[in-house]
Design a protein around this ligand. Structure first.
Ligand code: QAP
Ligand code: CO
Length: 176
């Protein structure tokens, strides 16, 4: 089932998500619904708060060299913690909760991620490049933070102006 995506400026996006404690059938159904929502929305990453659940859950499915998303590459990440952050990378980010806006954001180039899978099993991976960027973007969601909050003042102002115009157009498409 595809779930509705919460979009900025909805205040839910500011909530701090809580750790997952039970790895039960309800969690598995929710993860499957998140996957459907992410794929049908053309996303490569999705945090639970983006579908209104304030729990420390995120999905990532990074495209391969051909730009294809394979279910084999799906990462279901629960209760994540990053460490060993190194280097910097600038990447043009977007977000399903901030539709039609993309901006360059600086992140760590590589990191270690510790998390649990859908059964509660502990997993540790190394990430670099786009995967590292995506992990940091999604963990920000779990901490109530959006990528637009990482923009310098001038670019943030420009965003607010453009985004308000866009929301107005969506409300009243006849005004074009
Ligand atoms: C987060 O973002 C991310 O505006 C995932 O109209 C972004 O999947 C990780 C999307 C950049 C790493 C690098 C955005 C789809 C998808 C839109 C997404 C839109 C349709 C964003
Ligand atoms: Co996002």
């Amino acid at each position: 089932m595809k779930l509705p995506v919460v979009v900025y400026p909805d205040k839910k996006l500011k909530l701090i998500s809580k750790p997952v404690e039970s790895f039960n059938a309800d969690l598995h159904t929710f993860l499957d619904n998140m996957y459907e929502t992410m794929m049908q929305s053309n996303g490569i990453g999705l945090a639970a708060i983006q579908v209104a659940k304030a729990e420390r859950i995120m999905l990532l499915c990074i495209p391969d060299e051909e730009g294809e998303q394979n279910k084999d590459d799906l990462l279901e990440i629960i209760n994540p913690k990053i460490s060993n952050e190194q280097g910097t990378i600038v990447y043009q980010e977007g977000c399903l909760s901030v539709p039609s806006f993309y901006e360059d954001i600086e992140r760590y180039e590589s990191l270690t991620l510790d998390f649990q899978d859908r059964h509660g099993k502990k997993i540790s991976i190394q990430a670099e490049g786009l995967l590292s960027v995506a992990i940091q973007h999604e963990i920000d969601h779990l901490d109530g933070k959006l990528f637009i909050e990482r923009l310098p003042y001038g670019r943030r102002k420009k965003f607010e102006k453009e985004y308000k115009k866009l929301l107005k157009q969506k409300k009243n498409p006849a005004s074009d």
